[in-house]
Design a protein around this ligand. Sequence first.
Ligand SMILES: Cc1cc2nc3c(=O)[nH]c(=O)nc-3n(C[C@H](O)[C@H](O)[C@H](O)COP(=O)(O)OP(=O)(O)OC[C@H]3O[C@@H](n4cnc5c(N)ncnc54)[C@H](O)[C@@H]3O)c2cc1C
Length: 398
Amino acid sequence: MAEQCDVVVIGGGLVGLATAAALVDAGRDVAVVEKEGRLGAHQSGRNSGVLHSGLYYRPGSLKARLCGEGRRRMLAFCEAEGLPARVTGKLVVAATPAEIPRLEDLHRRGEANGLAGIERLGPGGIRSREPHAAGVAALWVPETGVTDFAAVAARLGERLAAGGAAIATGARVDAVAVGDDGVTVRAGERVWEAGAVVNCAGLHADTVARMAGDEPPARIVPFRGEYHVLTGEAAGMVRGLLYPVPDPRFPFLGVHFTRGVDGRVEVGPNAVLALGREHYRGSPADLRGLAEALGYRGFRRLAARNLAGGVGEALRSRSTRLYARRARRLLPALRAAHLRPGGSGVRAQAVFPDGRLADDFVLSGSGRAVHVLSAPSPAATAALPIGEHLAALVAERI
Ligand SMILES: Cc1cc2nc3c(=O)[nH]c(=O)nc-3n(C[C@H](O)[C@H](O)[C@H](O)COP(=O)(O)OP(=O)(O)OC[C@H]3O[C@@H](n4cnc5c(N)ncnc54)[C@H](O)[C@@H]3O)c2cc1C
């Protein structure tokens, strides 16, 4: 027999869980349907753990508006729940004079986005913050922090269950029917009937949108981010968060150093094309997924424009020596022997048919369905206000 509720949320990552939490707060009956056996198993549990400040984003974009509020609320949630979180500040370092104009642009963006206390530093200032780092200029951004997003996802799930939401794990949605009077969501034998559905399926959001009869404006192309961990002695070379100036052609932040809440220092993530949507380091390639990417015009255009950069990333992914050489731009004493392989995460990068990469949240859907086609970084930081934004959209539809 079908289970009845007001709203079905597909996907138990941070965006789905935060949306469900906002709906429960608004008095709605909610079911969260997640294909894995636990919550936060994909992007939400496999990331850098950084509570972003809002430095990078185009002023006025949804990312810029939701990041600062999201960080403050995520910190408050962690504090209230006894979860680890710290405001550490971060250093963004220009390695060469050519990067200074972009550093200055970031400074302007940060101020336009309302960040407090950003400081411009020279080489001496860099050494006073991070004694082993090198560069010609830097920004000190005091509001950035770190947390454990996997723990946040697990706790949000517990709070939801305690608040009366139904959490179905191990339930892969395979059919969605959106009608004028309601929606039906199926996961194998289980069926839910509801007033609306919110698709927060991350790496599979476009597939689920098509299942529901939507023709999404972009497709997901998976980019794997691989981490290394600094070995014991080398970890002492990094105090906090150390970032390069990002390449403005890509929405990725560049390989950085992150001292996490557990004290470990991770280096990464890079950005290599994943051979499948869940192709993590060490897991088998999904050739159907690769064929799907190659068959997409948007991906072919993107690849044609970025062939050299893509090949360079793939080579660094296979060679610790080359990976260390790239990371050495910020930390000259770093050696390949200081790195041991760490985890990896796969980014759900939405790509438009003309090959452009989506660099803000992308929503689609009509009637009783909302599809979150792109919830890129800082969506973990900003999950709570994103969830409220989505819950308000759904409220208009039931
Ligand atoms: C390497 C990396 C580093 C990052 N670093 C940061 C950072 O430091 N700070 C930050 O703020 N953000 C960071 N991000 C971004 C952030 O992690 C994501 O934006 C955020 O977690 C997206 O959450 P989500 O809920 O949309 O997706 P996900 O966490 O991927 O959740 C989607 C869920 O949907 C489920 N699902 C998919 N298909 C189905 C189906 N058919 N039926 C049922 N369930 C389904 C999946 O199993 C999954 O659990 C990073 C991301 C990556 C990959």
